[in-house]
Design a protein around this ligand. Structure first.
Ligand code: LLP
Length: 387
């Protein structure tokens, strides 16, 4: 989509670097996910952590999604945007007392609780202010997500959720907590998962743990299976919208449930990754001893995924490619004083010059939100394509 004259012209008028969001693609993605979920009576809470840009959140809210938050700030932001409190969940291993009290006062839908001590604290705080907290207990199912180890969350060695060995105790603590109402179980095994067998294995564990609680007389209304559906970083134009049908189908087939059970999802990346692109300008071209470098005006401060996870993002030169264009391999780097400030090595591109525009694709999730002002960099700008 970035190889045409018109888009180059419109982008050339903006000051770089900036995030370009294609709201038309976002709308189509949201509609596709919602349709596939509604068909099966599944509920989606959008994971704000992937992107909390106001315009994007408002669009997501207007489509009837709930909000999955991991900080008091995200809970406040969801309320401001207009997500109804009964569609807001609050997760995370380290909720502070202040954040818990504020969320209780907002009467959010549920807390996803990650430890026995947290259960006791929420119970105590709810008692102090005369509230009752709805909670879903996050269980660590020990399922390998086969993704980057920094974004794997459901293994025994990860800090997330209550380990299996503690569940018996958790069940009895919940029964003794008068200000806690257990409504569900919560699972999340990792992010950027493209192998549907991982979700199938998750369903098997979910069934086991749901039965474990129900056999002990605790009815589980909400089965929250988290997020994690991956996107195609290699071919964003061929696969702009993830296969939501195939994804929800796995849960439809393998989750044991009755009509009274509600199935909840917390999708982040799959909804917003492909609609975002980081647009940057070539500041300099430089031939090193062994390498040709393209030095951009965006760096790890604008998009840190490559530096942090060695993540691949497709890099393209913006504008038409002539039939007789010559190509060259470049290491595409940013201006930050760190060797890890590199978006891609040996990237084959049409020969670039100072001033050319570069697109770093599939950057809508965990891009802008992870930006920093290290090196006292300017705050990142945005540009929205509405139609
Ligand atoms: N639910 C929980 C409990 C989570 O921890 C996460 C993501 C999600 C839902 C949403 O997952 P998604 O559908 O987006 O995969 N910064 C990393 C990703 C970190 C994911 C953290 N948790 C990256 O850039 O790849």
């Amino acid at each position: 989509m970035f190889q045409n004259k018109e888009i180059k012209q419109s982008l050339t008028q903006q000051e770089t670097p900036f995030y370009f969001y294609d709201l038309e693609l976002l709308t189509r993605t949201l509609d596709a996910a919602k349709k596939a979920a509604d068909k099966r009576n599944f509920h989606i809470h959008y994971a704000l952590k992937a992107n909390f840009n106001d315009k994007i959140l408002s669009l997501i809210q207007s489509k009837g999604y709930g909000a999955d938050c991991v900080s008091g700030g995200e809970v406040e932001k969801s309320m401001e945007i207009g997500f109804p409190a009964e569609k807001i969940t609050f997760a995370g291993v380290g909720k502070s007392d202040k954040e818990i009290i504020a969320a209780l006062k907002h009467k959010i839908f549920a807390f996803n609780v990650e430890s026995i001590q947290e259960l006791e604290v929420i119970n105590e705080l709810a008692e102090q202010i005369g509230e009752k907290a709805n909670v879903s207990l996050r269980i660590n199912p020990n399922v390998d997500a086969h993704t980057h180890h920094y974004i794997t969350t459901g293994l025994d060695e990860n800090k997330f959720g209550v380990p299996n060995s503690e569940l018996e105790k958790a069940a009895s603590v919940i029964k003794s907590c008068a200000h806690i109402n257990l409504i569900g179980l919560h699972f999340h095994v990792g992010s950027q998962i493209t192998d549907m067998n991982v979700f199938k294995s998750l369903c098997v564990k979910v069934n086991e743990w749901k039965n474990f609680f129900e056999e002990r007389g605790t009815y589980i209304k909400v089965i929250n299976v988290g997020g994690g559906l991956g996107v195609d970083y290699k071919n964003p134009d061929a696969n702009p919208i993830p296969d939501f049908e195939a994804y929800f189908d796995v849960f439809d087939k393998f989750l044991e449930r009755t009509a009274q059970h509600e199935v909840h999802f917390e999708l982040g990346r799959a909804l917003v990754a492909q609609c975002g692109t980081l647009v940057s300008k070539v500041l300099y071209t430089k031939s090193g001893v062994k390498k040709n470098f393209l030095i951009l005006d965006a760096g790890m401060t604008e998009l840190m995924r490559p530096a942090l996870y060695q993540a691949y993002h497709k890099i393209e030169k913006i504008g038409e490619i002539e039939a007789d264009s010559k190509f060259m391999n470049y290491d595409v780097v940013g201006p930050i004083c760190e060797s890890s400030d590199c978006f891609g090595k040996e990237v084959e591109l049409p020969i670039c010059e100072r001033g050319d525009l570069i697109a770093i694709r599939t950057a809508g999730a965990y891009g802008e939100v992870m930006a920093s002002n290290y090196n006292l960099r300017n705050e990142i700008r945005h540009y929205f394509k509405e139609k």
